[in-house]
Design a binder for this molecule. Structure first.
Ligand code: THU
Length: 160
């Protein structure tokens, strides 16, 4: 038996002011998208903004449903939209922000496991890393240089 350690590297920015310029506009767009989320059941509002290598910015948010599992997270509605509209474009960077009606969200909110799996598909497809920035409503912002960094032991097409 041997022990195996898996490491992920994250960069933490204290606040909006500390963010690199390239991420500021994208996060602002994610905030605007979050404000338009359809989340009447959870009251948890998530916005995502993607910068593509054709300079398009795609934004989206979570869309809930009375049949709860039929709803979809912001990250997936955003990346599926990008994939459907710009199938040949690469995603350079993604910004995510989440906030609740019930309490102020001060911690960075990472994409859920299902969204990580979906974003991973596109990172592999385009063969270049997708930078991911995520935050709550206020406070710290976390950056990962790639999706793979957030999903150790990823399941992907190489095993099919
Ligand atoms: N949600 C997202 O949009 N992204 C995530 O990564 C986690 C959760 C949404 C789904 C649901 O509408 C609400 O947040 C509460 O789970």
């Amino acid at each position: 038996m041997k022990e195996v350690n898996i490491e992920s590297k994250l960069y933490v920015f204290k606040n909006f002011e500390e963010l690199p310029n390239e991420a500021t506009l994208l996060m602002q767009k994610a905030i605007k998208a979050r404000e338009k989320a359809y989340a009447p059941y959870s009251k948890f509002y998530v916005g995502a903004a993607l910068l593509l290598d054709n300079n398009e910015i795609v934004t989206s948010n979570n869309q809930e449903n009375a049949s709860y599992p039929s709803g979809l997270c912001a990250e997936r509605t955003a990346i599926y939209y990008a994939g459907s509209q710009y199938p040949n474009a690469k995603v350079i960077r993604m910004a995510i922000t989440a906030g609740s009606k019930n309490k102020q969200t001060t911690n960075p909110i990472p994409p859920c496991g299902a969204c990580r799996q979906v974003i991973a598909e596109y990172e592999i497809k385009q063969n270049t890393p997708i930078e991911i920035y995520f935050m709550g409503e206020i406070g710290k912002i976390v950056k990962s240089n790639s999706l793979a960094n957030l999903l150790p032991l990823m399941f992907d097409k190489s095993v099919l």
